[in-house]
Design a protein around this ligand. Structure first.
Ligand SMILES: Nc1ncnc2c1ncn2[C@@H]1O[C@H](COP(=O)(O)OP(=O)(O)OP(=O)(O)O)[C@@H](O)[C@H]1O
Ligand SMILES: [Mg+2]
Ligand SMILES: [Mg+2]
Length: 543
């Protein structure tokens, strides 16, 4: 673990951390005032491509481009997995990352290795440093990552590059692509409105900015307003736009999608359409996939891809590593980085279904069905072995202060309540990793001066939801600060249904201690509201 700057010996910086540190400068430079450049910053992407000699390689690259409000990453992960299983060399560029920046760049389904990453990183960095200057300064953080992705995929000569838009579409740095093979627009909803617009039509218009003249596109069923705009933009560009229906579960031969949740069938349906079209348009029809996909069955390789695709922190189940061997499965984290109203709802539904399934399995079965999704196998195998215990649901939540908790927490609370799931307690913690913070190989030291006013606001909202459900009026809630072990850092603000902890490790410690003291209890902890929180938890509890 990195030293926390406590004045001891200077920690040695690994080459990888050095690169991350260098990259961080792109974030600070951007926020520094007065650095406004001439012209449209999006156009600079074309200059950067020239500087990196990437224009020609990109024009030859075989690309699938995906925009959308929710489900982009999942759709891209399914798409990549299907095409890899069909025998193609794949490159996948997604965002954001949860633990390590290299998660954003996958080659043949695996995060790029450090060695290659560093080689390409410095290749791009040094050239851009040399060729940028007063007129055009260094690219911003996400633009740099996009350029790096292009460099990696070109140099590695992938058969197909699958690109997830970072934000919006029209002005996203990935949109320098001129001739993708096929485009996808995943589920549209409200997010980043200050940039993309406040109506679904406006948002759809921005996302449709990835459409290219004559290049076929697919989308999923959308609200009318969004669909009308997509159709309008498509017709202006001679884009043949088709709606891909959610994948029929019966096509999976009794297997499950590896990414859990009902909404993943929407993303999977889109991925199947994108892959089929890519295969057809690139002339790889020797395997005759398309005839098959039109019928009532999917090619084996598609099924393999869909049922093995992974993406961290989306419907992921992870047992705590520190719970002792006699009580495996007593503390299990259900992680999903949902942070918009629509995704919080699907996340809540997923959690309710997932815990019900687990509890049923725990009570009735000791044989593991063959079709368990491998990602959650560990959690499953644990839960199969353990004796009957009371399952208790806990919420571990934070959201960024730019989000409206009034649109997130009530939705989460009510959706779960409608499915008969009531959280025994909600725990609110600040995020450890700062937004966009690049280097995250270790957890930073705990800040005892941390400002908890945001978490206390979330807590009040939660307490009010609980009291109005019980028929009482929303009352004034004043959390009580319990000082643990005369230690200021351990101060916990508690109410009847919730606690605010000054840090994630303290909240996890509370969970572990409580389990040790109540051997008959199992905690099923839903972690949501922020992908950063999910990343923090993964780093902290994963083996
Ligand atoms: N089709 C969908 N409809 C609604 N919510 C979805 C859908 N797909 C995924 N989600 C929710 O959104 C979260 C993020 O999923 P995913 O990473 O696939 O989307 P994304 O568009 O890449 O998101 P981001 O904006 O974080 O990059 C998931 O954890 C899930 O809660
Ligand atoms: Mg987003
Ligand atoms: Mg994403």
């Amino acid at each position: 673990m990195a030293e926390g700057g406590n004045g001891s010996a200077k920690p040695t910086v690994s080459p990888y951390d050095e690169a991350m540190d260098t990259l961080s400068s792109l974030i600070t430079e951007r926020t520094r005032a007065g650095k406004i450049q001439k012209g449209d910053p999006f156009d600079y992407m074309f200059d950067y491509l020239k500087m990196l000699d990437l224009e020609e390689p990109i024009s030859k690259m075989s690309i699938i481009h995906v925009a959308g409000t929710k489900g982009k990453g999942s759709t891209c992960a399914f798409t990549e997995s299907i095409l890899r299983n069909c025998g193609f060399r794949t490159g996948l560029f997604t965002s954001p990352h949860l633990i390590d920046l290299r998660e954003r760049f996958r080659l043949d389904g695996v995060d790029i290795c450090e060695e290659k990453f560093l080689a390409y990183f410095w290749w791009c960095w040094d050239r851009l440093k040399e060729r940028t200057g007063d007129d055009i300064s260094m690219p911003t953080f996400f633009r740099f990552l996009t350029l790096l992705a292009f460099k990696i995929f070109a140099a590695e000569q992938v058969d197909v590059a699958i690109l997830e838009v970072g934000l919006g579409g029209r002005l996203d740095s990935t949109n320098v692509v001129q001739a993708p093979i096929v485009c996808g627009i995943s589920s549209l909803g409200y997010d980043h409105m200050e940039i993309l617009g406040y109506t679904l039509g406006e948002i759809a218009g921005e996302k449709a900015g990835i459409f290219k003249q004559g290049v076929p596109a697919f989308t999923v069923p959308q609200p009318d307003e969004a669909m009308r705009m997509l159709e309008k933009k498509a017709s202006q560009l001679d884009v043949h736009l088709k709606v891909a229906l959610p994948l029929d579960v019966n096509l999976l031969n009794g297997l499950d999608l590896r990414l859990e949740g009902e909404h993943q069938y929407i993303n999977a349906g889109l991925a199947v359409a994108l892959c089929s079209t890519w295969i057809q348009r690139t002339g790889h029809i020797e395997a005759n996939y398309l005839d098959e996909t039109k019928q009532s069955s999917l090619p084996e390789k598609f099924i393999k891809g869909l049922t093995t695709a992974t993406l961290q922190g989306r419907g992921q189940i992870v047992p705590d590593r520190f719970i002792d061997i006699e009580s495996p499965g007593d503390l299990v984290f259900y992680l999903d980085g949902a942070h918009t109203p629509e995704s919080i709802e699907v996340c809540a539904k997923w959690f309710c279904r997932a815990i019900k399934e687990r509890n049923k399995q725990q009570n009735f079965s000791s044989n593991q069905p063959e079709n368990f999704s491998a990602s959650n196998k560990l959690a499953e195998s644990y839960s199969c072995e353990i004796p009957r215990k009371n399952s208790t649901q806990i919420l571990l939540f934070n959201c960024m202060s730019v989000r409206d908790p009034q649109s997130l927490l009530p939705c989460l609370f009510n959706t779960c309540a409608n499915h008969g799931v009531h959280f025994k307690k909600a725990l609110f913690v600040p995020n450890i990793s700062v937004y966009n913070k690049v280097w995250s190989s270790a957890l930073p030291p705990i800040d005892s001066q941390v400002d908890l006013s945001w978490q206390l606001t979330l807590q009040k909202l939660w307490e009010n939801l609980n009291s109005s459900e019980k028929g009482g009026d929303a009352k004034k809630v004043d959390p009580i600060c319990e000082e643990g072990e005369a230690d200021k850092d351990r101060c916990v603000w508690s109410c009847e249904n919730s606690s605010v902890f000054p840090s994630l490790p303290l909240a996890v410690k509370w969970l572990r201690d409580t389990i040790q003291q109540n051997k008959s209890t199992r905690f099923q902890v839903l972690v949501t509201g922020s992908l950063h929180l999910v990343g923090d938890v993964l780093r902290f509890v994963k083996k």
